[in-house]
Structures are given as C-alpha cells and as structure tokens.
Design a protein around this ligand. Structure first.
Ligand code: GLY
Length: 363
C-alpha cells in the first residue's frame, strides 16, 4: 500500500507520499543532506525515535511546546537561532514533524533562514496531511491576528504516513475531517459520496480508507495549487467555510475551538447562505450536515454559547482575505462545485449572522 501524488510546480514540483509506512521515504526525501528536525513534545514522544533512526541519529532536534502559542514571532526567532547554532548552511534541510503548527513555523523558518533553505513536511495530524502540509503556505501568528506573517515556500517532499493517525486523539481526528468534508462539498461530489459510503471504515481508521481519503484530498489540493500557487484567484476556493471559521477562532481567542471545528461551523453557515442565495439544493446541504455529524462535528453542538454576532461580524471584516473591509464568501451552487469568493451584501450578512449565531442552520 501507499501512493504518490505529485504536485506540479515546475522546478518547485515535489512528491507527496501517502499511506501506511511512508515515513520510510524520509531518507530519500532529504537526499543525503544534513539538517535539523523540528517537532513538538507530544509528537516527539510518539515518533521521535523512529525519525532519528531513519535519519541516522545525528540530526539535532528542536522540540516546541504543543499548541498554537508556539506559532509566534518569539518562537520563530528562537528557532532561527537554533538553526544557526546547528550551523546549517544553504544546503541544510529542515524536517517538520508534527501537525499544522509545527509545519507552518518550520516552513516559515525554512523560508527565511539565509533567505530560504529546503524543508520536508512530515505531517502527523489529519488536518496537516490533507491541508496545511501541502501547497507551501507557511507562517506565524501576530498579536493582531492569525497567520499575518508568512511566505509561500514549497517543501521538497511531504511524507503523510497514515500510521501516525493511530495515536491522534479523537477530537483532532474529527477536526481534520472538517477539511476533508470541505473538499467533497466544495470541489468533488464523487468524493463526497465516497465519504458517505465509507464513514464506518474512516471512523475505524482503516488503513486503506485513510490512504484513499488523504490521497484524494492531496490530489484535489495539488491540482488547485498547481493552477494558482500564490492565490491570485482560484486557490481561494480552498477557503470554503473559512470566512466565518477564522472569525470564530478569533472571537474565542484561538482556545475554544480547534481550527477544523471552526471550519465545520463556517461550512454550516456558508451552506445556509448557498441554499438561500445560490440555488444549492437544501437536500444536499442536509447531507453535508449529516456527514459532519457522523464525524462529531455537529454544528449545533459545536457552536459556542452566547456568541456575540457583532463581535463575529467585526472579526470577519478584519480577516486578511477581506478586501477593504468587504466580507467575501466562497459559496456553492451545487454539491462539489463552488465559485470564487464573492462579496456579500452587508445588510443581508448582518441579518444572517445574527440568526445563525442564535440558532444555526444545522438542526
Ligand atoms: N489552506 C488553504 C490553502 O492552503 O490555500
């Protein structure tokens, strides 16, 4: 088992190996170069020894504190100092072993150390496998907001070893499923139907189902990124559910909701809007909500109590994807098909958001 998805970006093309045991491709990915592993304490405990054995044991390792707080300017500066202390030169390579936080900060360090060195993504969370490790977005958070400092910097390879998902806590697995379902709802109706038909196998984390699921998400993302690497337009479709999702993360101080949970809520809202204004079939919106529920992403249960809709609205206007304060949404007109982000009427948005914050649509 295992497969390879290629991301086609000319001289920046790279393989994404997906499946059980693909960590064994790591020596091939680093291709004899010297470097440094960046991970967090949880992941180091689960996979550190195996990675050290695969890399030959001589690689220094930087262990970050688990969690979003490590994606800060202070941690990034500290990481750069450690890379310099390890005497990496421009031929050096970083290995990002972990979830989205580790991948994003390591990628940003790779983008900025000596104006850019190589890095390999070894995602160990479902969300990182299907989204953040692929496509070259790297960055850190500022006090003013999430991912506000960053760079496009592609890895030289991604090793998405689905065996590492065996130790992923259920809540993290569910949060990753939000991004998986996003691909089906917004970009691939056949994949959506496949997810519906394989719910039990995915919930049981059966290796063949996980490989097929992660590989399909990577294929969809690779195709979008190959056509619009720097988000001139098309790539923004990957943000279905993210306009409200990011705002909810912000108003809950990045501590109440996992990113994927916030995206599930954002999809609930975007689906309601798509039904009301884009002709998206209500029956398909109900299927999407039912699938979210199958994966412990029930929007009614996830929606934080006492949401202040005006605070959410203000956070949406400050999102870095809002153009001059105008809020834009990715909306679907049919299952598996969405358009580019479009501005929405402020008055309708206020009304819809007020209702959603009080009741949601996912009943
Ligand atoms: N996570 C959305 C993107 O990579 O563009």
């Amino acid at each position: 088992m295992a497969c390879k998805v290629q991301i086609d970006l000319g001289e920046r093309s790279y393989p994404i190996w997906v499946g059980a045991g693909v960590l064994s491709h790591l020596p091939e990915a680093v291709n004899g170069l010297r470097g440094l592993v960046v991970t967090d304490a949880h992941v180091a405990a689960c996979h550190g020894e195996r990675i050290a054995a695969l890399l030959g044991g001589n690689w220094p390792t930087v262990v970050l504190s688990p969690g979003e707080t490590s994606k800060s300017a202070a941690c990034w500066a500290d990481l750069l100092e450690k890379i310099a202390q390890a005497r990496l030169d421009r031929t050096g390579v970083l290995v990002a072993l972990g979830g989205g936080v580790v991948g994003d900060i390591t990628g940003f360090a790779a983008a900025t150390y000596m104006r850019g060195i190589r890095f390999v993504q070894v995602p160990t969370s479902l969300l990182a496998m299907v989204d953040s490790s692929v496509g070259g977005k790297t960055g850190i958070n500022l006090d003013a907001g999430k991912n506000l400092a960053g760079a496009f910097h592609q890895p030289i390879a991604v090793c998405a070893d689905t065996d590492t998902l065996a130790t992923l806590p259920p809540r993290e697995f569910a949060a990753g499923m939000a991004e998986v379902i996003k691909y089906g709802v917004a970009l691939d109706a056949a994949f959506f139907a496949w997810l519906e038909a394989h719910t039990a196998a995915i919930q049981a984390r059966q290796p063949a189902a996980l490989e097929r699921m992660v590989a399909r998400c990577c294929e969809i993302k690779a195709d979008v990124v190959a056509r619009d690497e720097r988000e001139g337009g098309l790539r923004a479709v990957l943000n279905f559910g993210h306009t409200l999702g990011h705002a909810l993360e912000k108003v809950t101080s990045y501590s109440g909701l996992l990113h994927g949970e916030a995206v599930a809520l954002g999809m609930d809202f975007a689906l309601g809007w798509s039904v009301a204004h884009k002709g998206f079939p209500a029956a398909d919106a109900a299927r999407a909500i039912a699938l979210l529920k199958q994966f412990e992403l029930d929007p009614v249960r996830l929606r934080p109590a006492n949401l202040d809709w005006q605070a959410v609205r203000a956070a949406m206007g400050r999102d870095k994807k809002a153009a001059a304060g105008a809020v834009r949404f990715v909306l679907c007109d049919r299952l598996g098909h969405c358009g580019l982000p479009e501005p929405v009427s402020p008055a309708t948005l206020d009304e819809s958001l007020k209702g959603w914050c009080a009741h949601g649509i996912g009943q």
